[in-house]
Design a protein around this ligand. Structure first.
Ligand code: GLU
Length: 483
């Protein structure tokens, strides 16, 4: 049986994009399910826009998500001789030709087409130049591009593993396509995407091409190239686009696009990978939502990839992330939170505060959707004093509150140690002593200790502040705000 070979072929013209990462997830899942190979190819022929730092970002992003590749990375810029050889073969067989049109001529052709209500396309005008015409153009200093012939009356069809039968007309492909730019001297210039991809996919024995549906028209062109080069045509699977809440293609305007952005926002790689697998794929048990990539790979079939666009649902991603976050032991969670606290500029003593930080992490864990949520929620634990909200100040001014706070301060002075039991005892003692409701004591404490009316577990917060020696100071400060 032939081994399934799939690839992800990003262009290093930007950081690893969510769309590319999701395509990588599907390729990886398919490869693992089929016991096949997942190959990484960097499509860096566009020298002006490709950068080594983007390649690094793409590699580290794939690794972060757990999308390990079996072969590569291969770089197109190191394979130019292979493209040139293929182009030469096409020229020799008269399947490709030199086109000497200038940019001005092409522009004029397109504006005439537009003026006549026609779709802009190349009209194949240099397909049958005589040797004399070619020589004249060359003598005039024109540098030719190389075009591959696409007959208008061709019909191209394939059985797409996601979309079923797809049919394209040759006449809808924009005329003979450029496969190489003009060379500096008289040689073949930079090969273009469709040609390079086909040569690579042939050479790397890719037998399943799984990529975004925005490549459908390219697939039609590429099938013609496979035929011309005498190669087997792979199975194509076009995955649905990722859409924003309005149903439009997810773009930079939607806030995030790169995997780095998601990492910075506090998503865990397992959760993000889990969510991306669901962006267009439905597991056989459609109620199943939490799984690792390995678990998904056991069940992944291209037949269960949807045709319709996949709406990006932030609430669902948050929920999936929270499911993972809530399972992480505090000792590990604290390690994940520390960089966020450091980025927020909180002063942290990593050595001395270790167990205190761990208790802090354990306290906020149940309310976290994203790691970054752990920043605002803990702000009040990283400085001696806090700013009091208007709501808290108004509350502090209510009847009985100053007596409650003074009562707690006195009890604290008398207490030798403060643990959960002692804290509860103090609350009870003040409640009884002043004959007030327990809820009022709790709210007074929260306002006095944290400067806010809402927040994480109160007793636990109090103990953490006490361990820093800040509880009494804050209660005294609160008292001073009352008069
Ligand atoms: N470099 C192309 C891209 O990033 C690859 C498309 C393909 O998979 O053929 O869109």
């Amino acid at each position: 049986m032939t081994t399934v070979r799939v690839r992800i072929a990003p262009s290093p013209t930007g950081n690893l994009h969510i769309g590319t990462a999701r395509t990588a997830v599907f390729n990886w899942l398919y490869a693992r399910h089929q016991n096949g190979k997942f190959i990484l190819r960097i499509e860096d022929t566009d020298k002006a826009r490709s950068r080594p730092e983007y390649t690094e970002n793409i590699k580290s992003g794939l690794e972060w998500l757990g999308l390990n590749w079996d072969e590569g990375p291969f770089f197109q810029t190191q394979r130019l001789d292979k493209y040139q050889a293929a182009i030469q073969t096409l020229l020799d067989q008269d399947l490709a030709y030199l086109c000497y049109c200038t940019t001005e001529e092409l522009d004029q052709m397109r504006s005439e087409q537009k003026a006549n209500g026609l779709a802009p396309r190349y009209d194949n005008r240099h397909r049958n130049l005589t040797e004399q015409e070619k020589a004249d153009f060359a003598a005039a200093g024109r540098k030719p591009v190389i075009r591959f012939k696409i007959d208008d009356d061709r019909e191209i069809s394939w059985q797409d593993a996601v979309r079923g039968r797809v049919l394209w007309k040759g006449s809808d492909l924009g005329g003979d396509m450029v496969i190489a730019r003009a060379g500096e001297s008289d040689g073949i210039g930079q090969p273009l995407y469709n040609l390079a991809v086909v040569v690579d996919d042939m050479d790397m024995e890719i037998n399943h091409v799984i990529r975004g549906e925005d490549h459908i028209a390219n697939t039609a062109k590429q099938i013609l190239l496979y035929e011309a080069l005498g190669a087997d045509i792979p199975v194509f699977a076009h995955t649905p686009l990722i859409l924003n809440e309005e149903g439009k293609k997810l773009s930079k305007r939607d806030g995030v696009t790169s995997i780095d952005d998601f990492r910075k926002m506090g998503f865990l790689p397992v959760a993000l990978a889990n969510y991306m697998a669901l962006l267009g794929w439905t597991p056989p048990d459609s109620t199943e939502e939490i799984f690792t990539l390995e678990q998904a790979a056991e069940k992944f079939e291209l037949e269960r990839v949807n045709k319709a666009g996949a709406k990006f649902d932030w609430a669902k991603l948050d929920w999936i992330n929270s499911q993972y976050l809530h399972q992480i032991p505090a000792g590990e969670l604290v390690e994940l939170l520390i960089p966020y606290w450091q980025d927020a500029g909180y002063s942290i003593d990593l050595e001395g505060d270790r167990s205190w930080l761990e208790s802090l992490a354990a306290m906020i864990a149940p309310s976290l959707n994203r790691l970054s949520d752990g920043v605002s929620e803990t702000k009040m634990f990283f400085a001696e004093s806090v700013a009091y909200t208007d709501e808290a100040i108004a509350f502090l001014k209510q009847e009985n509150v100053s007596d409650i706070l003074s009562g707690v301060i006195t009890a604290l002075d008398e207490a030798e140690t403060l643990g959960a039991d002692e804290a509860k005892a103090i609350i009870k003692q003040v409640t009884k002593g002043l004959k007030v409701k327990k809820g009022l004591v709790m709210r007074s404490l929260r306002a006095g200790l944290t400067g806010e009316m809402h927040g994480p577990d109160l007793t636990q917060s109090w103990l953490l502040l006490h361990q820093k020696g800040w509880d009494k100071l804050r209660l005294e400060k609160a008292l001073s705000l009352i008069d």
